[in-house]
Design a protein around this ligand. Structure first.
Ligand code: FAD
Ligand code: SAM
Length: 619
């Protein structure tokens, strides 16, 4: 359940849990601007910086975020990227966030965008993306002390904004302030509206130098300060800051295009080299694929990762693609053919925005019999044409496409630190300070000592509705389980259906094979007997077409993302091994790679990011 909020007669939001108001009697805007923005020296402090990173304790109704975003928007000297990381143990509903902003019409356009992305706020990190990826909100859902352990970055400014310390002591206690201090560098500015003795003492103990400053009348004092400990702060393992210069991405599929877009947004000049003439010539040339979260009764690491990934791709699809022709948020019905329910018995309300038990109407629309076994419904799911997403990502400013070049070797100049990319004849293809390998399973050939990547061939069957005698048994949405069925995708030749896919380990051939068409029909028979029956004549008469490609997987089936050498010194990075989930993982992986490279706030929990570490299989 979303946090219950009461609205006082004067329109102020009030928390029955804490017995306190969400904003001061002065009004939210004045408090946000005076106490927090000005208290942290903003906007002057961020002028002309490449990035600015704000950490807030207590997201509440998002007013401080909206005011900061508005100030960023209005400032011609704004940083290229604004990171706002905020913690919240009891997330309010999106509707309440919007209602709280209603008193401030100038914030409403921003509040509406915030509301649209505030869904499915399960515990963990949720990366919300605004302003074409230049304003990034990382909502860390959970207790502040715990969630800050799942981040790894240095804040430039900190807003401390819990309820009153007497009513909400844990957000101000020494352990929480220590967790905040771990996210600070020497000079990080800090601001709050409370000057409670315990808070002042706690901050001083954690290395902050703080002072009381005059408050807005009738309030007497506010708190301002900076992190300046008498000791040398312990450094977490982070890469030293890099200045964006030139970069080569090898591979122009989903993984390479997403990494290129994330880097270009941060100011890198990116060349994308690919052996094919046109983008998405490899596995990402799949005519259409399924974007869907993974579920498991214990909400496994893969399930949590997949949700972060689906959110990241969803945002890019909404921002860059044409709904209905490039992608469709049709929802996905997942048959649990092994009989398991998929979701944990105590699956929370917030989780239902992601996945739920399919209801009778959804089952009926899929044509499932009453005894067909369990099924889940995923509302934030659908199909995407991967090549369209690749093209849209590569069209971002700062990216240059160079097709028809196959990289055969890489060499690093130890004096300059720069990389040279050679073809098989030893001709120089490109030179850059940073190389990102996103060449699918071919990436293994370009890393000294190799990489444990497996090629997994797959074939889809597809055809046109016009060739099917009767499509009445087709469901109105994607169905997956064992394999998947995408009922209706518009193409140049007419409406198409897709069914697949085969899964052949250690095979790297992309030629199509007749017997795999038969296997796809058999798979469909188990998944959706009605659709299989309707399509049987099409398979029989040979009008079902085939598309094949080669997936790339790591030994634990999770992507490899990050620096090849654990210290990140060498400038050789990876984003590959997307397995059968490139649509769920590639965009997230691009953002994770960029976040690691720049020591930025992470778009997912640290333990999930560590599970993807590129160096985990390297000696
Ligand atoms: C049949 C099938 C069905 C699938 N269905 C789904 C689905 O429903 N949902 C989903 O999320 N995923 C699905 N996938 C997986 C998805 O297609 C992949 O995970 C994704 O496309 C991988 O993207 P990538 O960029 O890592 O690799 P690729 O798209 O293969 O890109 C690698 C690129 O590197 C280039 N390259 C290779 N070697 C070199 C070199 N030496 N020099 C220069 N360039 C080089 C290649 O030309 C290629 O363009 C499916 C895959 C298959 C095969
Ligand atoms: C005063 S409100 C924050 C107002 C908010 N900054 C805004 O601009 O709308 C305090 C918030 O802290 C949250 N909170 C309280 N204790 C917390 C904790 N230990 N960790 C994370 N959030 C907490 C409350 O749920 C509440 O939303």
């Amino acid at each position: 359940m979303a946090e219950r909020i009461e609205w006082l007669a004067d329109g102020t939001p009030y928390s029955p849990r804490f017995g306190d108001r969400y904003r001061s009697e002065l009004g939210g805007l004045a408090q946000s601007r005076e106490v927090f923005l000005r208290g942290c020296g903003l906007p002057e402090a961020w002028a002309h910086q490449p990035q600015w990173r704000i950490l807030e304790t207590g997201f509440g109704l998002g007013l401080n975020f909206l005011v900061t975003w508005q100030a960023w928007k209005a400032d011609p000297a704004r940083p290229r990227l604004l990171h706002f990381v905020s913690t919240e143990a009891f997330p309010a509903s999106a509707a309440d966030m919007l209602r709280a902003a209603a008193a401030h019409p100038e914030l409403m356009p921003l509040a509406q965008q915030l509301q649209a992305q505030c869904w499915g706020l399960l515990p963990g990190v949720h990366r919300l993306v605004f302003e074409e990826g230049r304003v990034l909100l990382s909502l860390c859902i959970g207790d502040t002390q715990a969630v800050l352990r799942e981040q790894s970055f240095e804040a430039d400014a900190v807003y401390l904004d819990g309820f009153s310390p007497s009513k909400n002591p844990d957000i101000w206690d020494l352990h929480t302030l220590k967790a905040v201090a771990r996210c600070c560098r020497r000079g990080t500015r800090i601001a709050s509206w409370t000057i409670a003795r315990a808070v002042l003492d706690g901050l001083a103990q954690c290395g902050f130098v703080v002072r009381k400053t005059p408050g807005l009348p009738p309030k007497r004092d506010n708190l301002q300060g900076e992190f300046d400990p008498r000791w040398e702060p312990r450094k977490a393992m982070r890469f030293s800051a890099v200045n964006p210069t030139s970069c080569v991405v090898i591979g122009g599929g989903l993984a390479g295009a997403a990494a290129a877009a994330s880097l270009a947004r941060r100011g890198w000049q990116v060349e994308v080299l690919d052996a094919h003439d046109a983008p998405a010539g490899g596995a990402s040339g799949l005519p259409a694929g399924v974007l869907v979260p993974h579920v498991s009764p214990d909400d496994s690491l893969l399930s949590r990762l997949s949700r972060c990934g689906v959110r990241a791709t969803w945002q890019q699809a909404e921002a860059l693609l044409q709904a209905g022709s490039d992608w469709q948020a049709s929802g996905v019905l997942e048959r649990r053919l092994d009989g398991s329910a998929g979701l944990a018995p105590d699956w929370p309300e917030a989780g239902r925005a992601w996945s739920d038990i399919a209801d009778a109407a959804q089952r009926a629309e899929a044509g499932l019999e009453a005894d067909a076994g369990p099924a889940c419904w995923h509302p934030r799911a659908g199909w995407i044409k991967p090549a369209r997403l690749v093209q849209a990502l590569l069209a971002q400013p700062g990216i240059r496409w160079r097709g028809g070049f196959r990289a055969a070797a890489l060499r690093r100049n130890l004096e300059t630190g720069h990389w040279t990319v050679f073809d098989a004849q030893g001709k120089t293809l490109a030179q850059a300070a940073l190389v990102v390998l996103a060449a699918g399973h071919a990436s293994r050939l370009l890393v000294e000592g190799g990489l444990p990547l497996q090629a997994i061939r797959g074939q889809m069957s597809w055809g046109l509705h016009d060739d099917v005698p009767d499509t009445a048994a087709f469901p109105p949405f994607v169905v997956n389980g064992s394999g998947s069925f995408i009922p209706a995708v518009p193409t140049d030749q007419g409406l198409a259906w897709l069914a697949g896919a085969s899964f052949q380990r250690d095979q790297d051939s992309a030629e199509t094979r007749a017997h795999e068409q038969t296997a796809n029909l058999e798979r469909l028979q188990a998944l959706l007997p009605g659709a299989a029956q309707a399509l049987a004549p099409v398979f029989d008469n040979g009008s079902a077409k085939a598309w094949a490609g080669v997936r790339c997987a790591s030994p634990d089936r999770l992507p490899l993302v990050g620096a090849v050498d654990p210290a990140g010194q060498a400038g050789l990075w990876l984003s590959t091994a997307m397995g059968s989930r490139g649509l769920s993982f590639a965009v997230l992986s691009g953002e994770l790679l960029a976040a690691r490279l720049h020591s930025e706030p992470l778009p997912l929990e640290l333990r999930l990011a560590q599970a993807l570490s590129a160096s985990r299989f390297l000696r």
